[in-house]
Design a protein around this ligand. Structure first.
Ligand code: NAD
Length: 389
């Protein structure tokens, strides 16, 4: 298959491109390197050094003999997006290329507007380009479990059978997202479903949980192939951040009571889910939704797992929650679609966490302690950024 990975320079896009290439697909990546720009803006960096795209693709050619074509451009530029798709002629487009940090979208008006413009307009341009170039292209779009929020009923895979006043219909599952970023993903889902219903496009929306881990069988083949490892309060995902705090001998900072429960997934399963969705496309006209998680944990449970796996003393500190979210709530998610396609999940294990401790230990001199304290407050319309730099 010819597969175009949008956002191919990112934490997940790069390892996904390598996995798909390793499985024999003809892969291209596209990125505008906005993510590297947010690092400069926020004064943070990936714990593990990452190479420029040209070095990455050259290194992959050296170790695998396979070529990954690279496009540089912004999806918000509709002409660029259409011409790139016309040039590469993919069978599948995997779309990771969005601003993906909830705290970033909650900094102030400018960051909220940027996030929604970048994500919603970029995704619309992809839909229009598919319609114009080849409506048979399968769109595999990364959504998030945060689109659903934490409703007091079971979370289905995208759709809900509703009976109201004696009549029934299959409706998009109602969404209660928790940030302007998560809202952008809800808007994307609606736009994609509309394009499938009206134009007959085919798409898979993957409502992914929080991803943890940093290594895949391909990225470990050469240090130049490493993907990013974010631990700061804006872009760091919670398990990765706890691992670094443990290695540094700092308390694990749990927001509020820690009862907030979320779906989670190992990065090795993320890349495999993308392969499975790509190789088993949605039918023409179908808007297919999978919940891409393998397990659910509360933040407090994740802190306990990290503390228990670490060979040393670890304290847990409860800090005021800067986010507005329920601390104790019902959470029961259906996630059978990807398993039915053949996913064999890697469940969170001590082995994985120990390997992450190794990654953190190897690069701990690069840690910037100030970057880990939360600065963005959901309750205000404008948050000050770092005060220590
Ligand atoms: P990331 O920020 O590391 O990667 C996204 C990439 O997209 C970056 O390289 C960025 O430069 C690029 N990009 C952003 N806007 C662009 C634009 N307009 N044009 C071209 N390129 C653009 O993020 P990630 O962690 O790899 O996440 C990838 C996707 O998966 C995102 O859509 C995110 O919402 C989703 N997701 C991630 C997680 C997670 O835990 N990391 C969880 C759920 C969903």
């Amino acid at each position: 298959m010819r597969i175009l990975v949008l956002g191919g320079d990112g934490y997940l896009g790069w390892p996904t491109a390598l996995h798909l290439s390793d499985c024999g697909h003809d892969v291209a990546v596209a990125d505008n390197y906005a993510r590297r720009g947010y690092d400069h803006e926020m004064g943070v960096q990936s714990l593990v050094p990452i190479e420029p795209m040209q070095v990455r693709v050259d290194a992959w050619r050296e170790v695998s003999g396979k070529t990954i074509k690279s496009y540089y451009g912004d999806l918000v530029d509709g002409d660029f997006t259409t011409e790139m798709i016309r040039d590469f002629r993919p069978d599948t487009i995997v779309h990771f290329a969005e601003q993906r940090a909830a705290p970033y979208s909650m900094i102030d008006r400018k960051h909220a507007v940027y996030t929604q413009q970048n994500n919603v307009v970029g995704n619309l341009n992809v839909l229009f380009a598919i319609q114009e170039v080849d409506p048979e292209i399968h769109l595999v779009k990364l959504g998030t479990m945060g689109e659903y929020g934490t409703p007091n009923i079971d979370i289905e895979e995208g759709w809900l059978e509703v009976t109201h006043n004696g009549r029934s219909d299959r409706m998009l599952y109602p969404k209660k997202p928790g940030s302007f970023y998560h809202l952008s993903k809800v808007h994307d889902s609606h736009n994609i479903e509309f394009a499938c219903r009206i134009w007959g496009l085919r798409a898979t929306d993957l409502n992914q949980g929080v991803v943890y881990g940093q290594e895949t069988p391909q990225t470990v083949r050469d240090p130049r192939l490493a993907t990013r490892f974010d631990y700061d309060a804006i872009f760091g995902t919670v398990l990765n951040r706890f691992v670094i705090q443990a290695v540094l001998g700092h308390p694990l900072t749990v927001y509020g009571s820690g009862g907030q429960t979320r779906g989670a997934i190992d990065i090795r399963d993320t890349v495999e889910c993308i392969r499975l969705a790509s190789e088993n496309p949605a039918a023409q006209g179908e808007f297919r939704v999978f919940n891409q998680i393998t397990e659910s944990f509360s933040v407090g449970e994740i802190a306990k797992v990290v503390a228990n796996s670490f060979d040393g003393q670890v304290e847990v500190e409860h800090v005021d929650n800067p986010r507005v979210e329920q601390h104790e709530h019902y959470y029961n998610v259906k996630h059978t679609g990807l398993v039915e396609l053949g996913l064999e999940p890697h469940l969170l294990s001590n082995t994985l966490i120990e390997s992450l401790f190794g990654v953190a230990e190897a690069h701990k001199d690069r840690v910037d302690l100030g970057a880990m304290r939360p600065t963005v407050n959901w309750r205000t319309a404008s948050s000050p950024l770092r005060t220590d730099s």
